[in-house]
Design a binder for this molecule. Structure first.
Ligand code: GDP
Ligand code: IMO
Ligand code: MG
Length: 422
């Protein structure tokens, strides 16, 4: 058996939570492999909306195991809140949520460092979610971090204090923060109890044994490929590998074990936080996409920047991830547009390119637009691909030709049921 990987091909918020929730019954195990509470994955069913940050999006499906992999960074406080919310929604947590011992912990002082570093950057701030992600991954690669397995160790408290002291030393270089550490620490220590109550596993053995036993596994990405630490729009990225390769290091599986790679893109493009976005719109179309698409961050509530679909960007992330099937979400948001555009190349000075350039962070990239006639009708209630308006199918099939990969699913609304398989 192989591990299928599902991930975002843009700057996050492509609708990963919805698609994982839809696909989950086809799998035995759903795993998160990177990121942490910077993620906000929205699921909607039976008229209710649920937002998950750390818990995999298979949690609402019966008879499934959900694993928080070693590549994830965990804030016990967020996790504790999420556990409470899913329990209130009727989920029983009893052996169906496992945590990898090697996953790193986000301390309150990591959040302080995130806040201080962003404030210090001023205008060039990343637009971080301020969840402590960057500082926690820095401690991981700097070989200072605390891991989930450490919380059962008798000297956990002294390890915690040592790391906290180190952080307080680092914070000296920044102006004083408005952060009640004592209070935050108390909540953190209390929340740790909920994490302690979850079964810990050596994720790498657990997953490899499950594969040997013939279990079907889906790895759920967080963020999007353009936020990847290596290949995203650096430095305006997150601090983990969000691409398929991240599933290997974030779960402990070999590249040979990767099966399908399901890449998700919205029918347009959004980005929350700072950084380059070549196809961003500042006009009425952009405002309409934001309004109709209700583009506000699921974690921070911040408005998302909007633009048209960007083919060079998608080709780039399809290449990086080895995408075998595409999913298009939010196509319904385009229902009321007379004209729909996509960027199918970039103009940089007097050169045209269809590659994402190294210096994407510099100004001066002009998208070359391709214009489609809009279908200008509601897709509400359409259940099969052949019932889609011909103009909608033309749009999808033209993109398939340009991208070289088929769309296996088209999502027409936030609800679990609003999905057309193709
Ligand atoms: P994720 O981080 O990739 O899981 O995505 P988010 O949950 O942050 O953002 C996606 C948003 O779009 C959520 O509010 C979803 O409920 C919503 N959504 C997902 N699919 C569709 C769709 O096909 N149409 C519409 N209109 N909304 C969708
Ligand atoms: P999901 O999984 C959209 C963005 C932040 C910021 C940058 C760095 O819901 O798609 P960080 O907190 O990681 O240091 O922030 O990355 N970002 C996301 N944008 N969706 C996400 O997750 C994101 N996670 C981080 O806005 O620009
Ligand atoms: Mg999100």
């Amino acid at each position: 058996m192989a591990v299928d990987v599902l991930l975002g091909l843009q700057w996050g918020d492509e609708g990963k939570g919805k698609i994982v929730d839809f696909l989950a019954p086809d799998y035995h195990i759903i795993c998160r492999f990177q990121g942490g509470p910077n993620a906000g994955h929205t699921l909607k069913f039976e008229g209710k909306k649920h937002v998950l940050h750390t818990i995999p999006s298979g949690i609402f499906r019966a008879d499934l195991i959900n694993v928080i992999g070693n590549g994830v960074v965990i804030d016990p406080v967020t996790l504790s809140k999420e556990l409470k919310e899913v329990k209130e929604a009727g989920v029983t947590i009893d052996g169906n949520l496992l945590v990898a011992r090697k996953a790193h912990l986000i301390l309150p002082t990591h959040r302080m460092l995130d806040q201080a570093s962003e404030a210090h950057k001023g205008k060039s701030k990343i637009g971080s979610t301020l969840r402590g992600i960057g500082p926690t991954y820095m401690d991981k690669t700097g070989r200072n971090g605390l891991r989930v397995g450490d919380i059962l160790s008798p000297d956990f408290q002294s390890k915690y204090e040592a790391l906290k002291e180190k952080h307080l030393g680092l914070l000296q270089i920044y102006p004083q923060l408005d952060f009640n550490l004592e209070e935050e620490e108390e909540i953190w220590m209390r929340s740790l109890e909920d994490l302690r109550a979850l079964p810990q596993v050596d994720g790498e053995y657990y997953i490899n044994d499950a594969l040997t036993a013939g279990k079907k596994i889906l790895a759920e990405g967080a963020q999007g490929s353009m936020l990847d630490i290596d290949f995203g729009t650096y430095p305006y990225v997150t601090s983990s590998n969000t691409i398929t390769a991240g599933a290997c290091t974030g779960l402990g599986i070999s590249p040979k074990q990767i099966g399908e790679v399901i890449g998700i893109t919205k029918a347009y493009c959004t980005r929350v936080g700072s950084g380059p976005f070549p196809s961003e719109l500042f006009d009425e179309d952009g405002r309409k996409l934001a309004e109709v698409g209700m583009e506000f961050g699921a974690t921070t509530g911040r408005p998302r920047r909007c633009g048209w679909l960007d083919v060079p960007q998608l080709k780039y992330t399809i290449m990086l991830n080895g995408v075998t099937q595409l999913v298009m979400t939010k196509i319904d948001v385009l229902d009321g547009f007379e004209q729909i555009k996509i960027a199918n190349a970039y103009e940089i000075g007097d050169q045209q390119t269809s590659n994402v350039p190294f210096d994407i962070c510099e100004d001066g990239i002009d998208p070359v637009w391709k214009v489609y006639e809009g279908w200008n009708t509601s897709l509400e209630g359409i259940r099969s691909y052949s019932d889609l308006p011909v103009l909608t199918r033309n749009f999808i099939e033209d993109l398939e030709n340009q991208l070289g990969v088929r769309f296996s699913m088209i999502s027409t609304g936030p609800d679990r049921s609003k999905l057309i398989t193709h």
